[in-house]
Write a protein that binds this ligand. Structure first.
Ligand code: GTP
Length: 261
C-alpha cells in the first residue's frame, strides 16, 4: 500500500510488527491522553530521521509542526546523547542534528492552511525525510463549528496531508489527544488477542472517540494508528490499526534517553 521504506522506531517489537518501522508514504497517527508521551515519541522520531544513515537514520531534515509549543531541541539532544553517545560526543553534532529540524508554529488552522502549499514545495526541495504534526486536534480545536461543517472543513486538510505523504514518499506522523479508554479487560485482550471480535470491538471504541474529534474521514485516512495509554502506572503502546499486523501492545518507559520498551 505504501511506497516502500520505513523509519525505524528502535522499539524492537514495534518495528517487527510494522515490518521495519513507520512506513513512508502514508499517515501514522499517535493517539492518547494528555501527558502519555506522544510528544516524547515525536522527538525521538525527529532525531532518528535526522541521524546519519551509518547509524540507521534517514540523514534528512524534519519539518515539525509544533502547535502547542511542546517541541524542545534541548530535550531532543538529551535523548540523542543518551541513546547515541558515540555520535553526539563529536563536536558540533548536537547543533547539526538540532539544525535539521525545521519547527513551524502555526497559531490557527488558517495559518496552517496558508503554509501547506509552501510545505509541499519544501518537502521536495529540502531533503525532508519526516513530517510531524503535533497535534492535529489542537490545530482544529480553536475552529468554529461542530459536527458536519467542521468535518467538511477538515476533509480538505486530511486529503491534502494524505496526498503530501503519497507524493513526497515520506512518513507523516500526526498526534491526537483522546481521553484514556483502555479498561482493565481491554488491556488484557490487547496482550492476548484470542478473541479477534472483542479486539475489533475495542478498535471501534477508539475510533468513535476520534470520529467525535476529527470525523470519520480522518479515521479512514490514517494507515497506522498507535494508541498510547497507561494502566496501573504502566505505559503501553498499542498497534491499533495496521494493514499488516494484528493488534499488539507493548509496555514502554520514558527515561532520559526517551521512549524505550
Ligand atoms: P499532551 O501533549 O498533553 O497530549 O501530552 P503528550 O502525550 O504529548 O505527552 P508528552 O510527550 O509531553 O509526555 C509527557 C511525559 O513525558 C511526562 O509525564 C514525563 O513522564 C515524560 N517526560 C517529558 N519530558 C521528560 C524528560 O525530559 N525526561 C524524562 N525522563 N521524562 C520526560
Amino acid at each position: 500500500e505504501h511506497n516502500g521504506g520505513h523509519l525505524s522506531t528502535r522499539l524492537k517489537g514495534l518495528d517487527d510488527a510494522l515490518c521495519g518501522g513507520i512506513p513512508f508514504g502514508v499517515l501514522t497517527e499517535l493517539v492518547g491522553p494528555a501527558g502519555i508521551g506522544k510528544t516524547q515519541f515525536c522527538l525521538k522520531l525527529a532525531l532518528l530521521a535526522s541521524l546519519p544513515e551509518a547509524y540507521g537514520g534517514l540523514d534528512g531534515r524534519v519539518i515539525y509542526i509544533d502547535v502547542e509549543s511542546k517541541f524542545s531541541s534541548r530535550r531532543m539532544i538529551e535523548i540523542g546523547s543518551k541513546s547515541f553517545p558515540e555520535i553526539f560526543h563529536k563536536k558540533g553534532m548536537a547543533q547539526e542534528m538540532a539544525g535539521r529540524i525545521l519547527v513551524m508554529r502555526p497559531t490557527s488552522l488558517s495559518e496552517f492552511t496558508e503554509s501547506l502549499q509552501q510545505l509541499k514545495i519544501s518537502l521536495l526541495q529540502n531533503q525532508v525525510k519526516l513530517l510531524i504534526i503535533d497535534s492535529m486536534a489542537a490545530l482544529v480545536a480553536g475552529e468554529q463549528g461542530q459536527g458536519a461543517p467542521r468535518q467538511h472543513l477538515l476533509g480538505w486538510h486530511i486529503s491534502f496531508i494524505k496526498s503530501l505523504a503519497e507524493f513526497s514518499r515520506i512518513p507523516i506522523v500526526v498526534t491526537n489527544q483522546v481521553r484514556s479508554q483502555i479498561r482493565d479487560e481491554a488491556c488484557q485482550y490487547s496482550f492476548q488477542v484470542q478473541h479477534r471480535e472483542k479486539a475489533l470491538h475495542e478498535h471501534t471504541e477508539y475510533d468513535s472517540h476520534l470520529v467525535a474529534a476529527l470525523g470519520i474521514h480522518w479515521a479512514h485516512a490514517v494507515t497506522i494508528r498507535l494508541v498510547l495509554d497507561s494502566k496501573s502506572g504502566k505505559r503501553f503502546i498499542k498497534l491499533a490499526k495496521s494493514p499488516i499486523s494484528p493488534p499488539l501492545a507493548f509496555a514502554f518507559n520514558i527515561t532520559s534517553s526517551g521512549i524505550s520498551l
